[in-house]
Design a protein around this ligand. Sequence first.
Ligand SMILES: *[C@@H]1O[C@H](CO)[C@@H](O)[C@H](O)[C@H]1NC(C)=O
Ligand SMILES: *[C@@H]1O[C@H](CO)[C@@H](O)[C@H](O)[C@H]1NC(C)=O
Ligand SMILES: *[C@@H]1O[C@H](CO)[C@@H](O)[C@H](O)[C@H]1NC(C)=O
Ligand SMILES: *[C@@H]1O[C@H](CO)[C@@H](O)[C@H](O)[C@H]1NC(C)=O
Ligand SMILES: *[C@@H]1O[C@H](CO)[C@@H](O)[C@H](O)[C@H]1NC(C)=O
Length: 305
Amino acid sequence: MATCFRSFLLGSLMPLLVSGALLPAPQNITILSTNMKHFLVWSPLTALGEAVKYSVEFQGEYERDYANDSWIPIGECTGISATQCDITEDISATVPYNLRVRAALGTEVSRWATLNGLFNRVTTSLIPPMLNVMADGHHLLVELEHLGPAFEFLVRYWRKGQEDQVYEKVVRDSNTTVHLETMEAGAEYCVKAQTYVEAINRSSNFSQAQCVKATESKAFSVMFAPIFFVAFVVAVFILFLLAWKTCQLCQYSCCPNEGLPDTLKLTESPAGILNYRGEEAEKCDMSVHVQPPDELLRFWIHDAL
Ligand SMILES: *[C@@H]1O[C@H](CO)[C@@H](O)[C@H](O)[C@H]1NC(C)=O
Ligand SMILES: *[C@@H]1O[C@H](CO)[C@@H](O)[C@H](O)[C@H]1NC(C)=O
Ligand SMILES: *[C@@H]1O[C@H](CO)[C@@H](O)[C@H](O)[C@H]1NC(C)=O
Ligand SMILES: *[C@@H]1O[C@H](CO)[C@@H](O)[C@H](O)[C@H]1NC(C)=O
Ligand SMILES: *[C@@H]1O[C@H](CO)[C@@H](O)[C@H](O)[C@H]1NC(C)=O
């Protein structure tokens, strides 16, 4: 009670005594806290114009109970003309905080105006997370809003029409795209998520479910069929070309058909031709370049007659 009175004396009366003037204190001091981001806001002293500067101080449980009821100035919110202050960094524990603001105009300062009641970050509004559900081929993927390291996500997903079988996944790093499931072709899957903040042991509501359809396997083959077909045609063509080239080489090196008299060819009986073919094959097998063409020819002719 004594410390409280001293604080009151120092906080509100001293400036008055020092300056002798009556600069009004800021009004309507409130906290806006969403998704663990906290702002102190107040109404501006409009009558006094732009020159008014504000300063903010806070007091945690420790300062209140063990440090003589002292207040800690917030550096970024000292002598500012804005009528809001980001206090997220200063509210570092889940305990009740007190906050106060005062105005200054030239050498005049107002008394401190204190928040009506204490603020505990456990009361922050947790908004259902934004998510982006995608189907990449047969993969069910989800992209989650980035909310900072304090946040975890509980993702629930199910196959449409099988709502009794819901799967869950806890995601801690929201910066990466998360793979949830390999989908059955043509089936539709739905995903929803909620945030969880361990520091305050609270969860947001679930987001609206978002559904995506897996691509049909037919569509998949239709998409790739032309590529397979082209590859097949090219392969067949190359094989054919190779076979033809090999044949040609074999023919030229061991069994030339040049120089064979036309008369001989014409007078051959089918049996004879078969015979030669047999010989030819044998010679080809034995070696590729032993027999000079002329000798071979003479041999064939001799054999035929
Ligand atoms: C405080 O808020 C109330 C209601 O929101 C408003 O009517 C009043 O003008 C505000 N006070 C100042 C000083 O702006
Ligand atoms: C609290 O105030 C008393 C008396 O003013 C002083 O002796 C003491 O050192 C102060 N303690 C702290 C932690 O500032
Ligand atoms: C996550 O992404 C945000 C911006 O998208 C970036 O600021 C942050 O550093 C990233 N965090 C990690 C751990 O990669
Ligand atoms: C978190 O809250 C739930 C109830 O909502 C409770 O059962 C659980 O024990 C709490 N966990 C911690 C670590 O406080
Ligand atoms: C969460 O859902 C409940 C029940 O549907 C609703 O009453 C509550 O207002 C919702 N909370 C938020 C923060 O949207």
